[in-house]
Design a binder for this molecule. Structure first.
Ligand code: CO
Length: 135
């Protein structure tokens, strides 16, 4: 597969205003988008440094993956996202190498990207998202 770079770092939080104040007002990073990803039960606030993004993840429901993550591990870095040239090629290669993905095919994540998550047990400890950007 062809990896194009680090797309974003996902941070699980439960204090949206504190996040906004810090990333936008203190660091001066512009919020580039905010949307709900119903599939994952999250609201994503994306702050774009111009060279890599920070994705603040807020849970919409008490039983969403992000809510569970915060309950078990506290707020903090939730996943790393790498952009790939072609997600279908990437998924095929992962399957051929018996890499443990969450779900068998891509779903649509924030910004309309095609995404798949790789289980931390296969990556050395971090939840890894692969994303193919929209044209
Ligand atoms: Co992400």
């Amino acid at each position: 597969m062809k990896i194009l770079g680090i797309e974003h770092v996902g941070i699980a939080t439960n204090d949206r205003n504190k996040g906004k104040n810090f990333w936008e007002n203190i660091l001066g990073i512009k919020k580039s988008s905010s949307e709900e990803v119903e599939d994952q039960g999250v609201i994503t606030d994306i702050y774009d440094t111009g060279n890599g993004k920070v994705e603040l993840l807020l849970s919409k429901y008490s039983d969403s993956p992000i809510a569970k993550f915060i309950k078990n591990r506290g707020r903090g870095i939730h996943h790393l996202c790498l952009s790939v040239e072609n997600i279908e090629d990437a998924i095929l290669e992962l399957k051929q190498n018996n890499i443990d993905t969450i779900g068998n095919t891509y779903t649509y994540g924030a910004e309309g990207f095609k995404v798949i998550f790789i289980h931390p047990s296969s990556t050395g400890g971090v939840l890894l998202e692969l994303a193919e950007k929209k044209e």
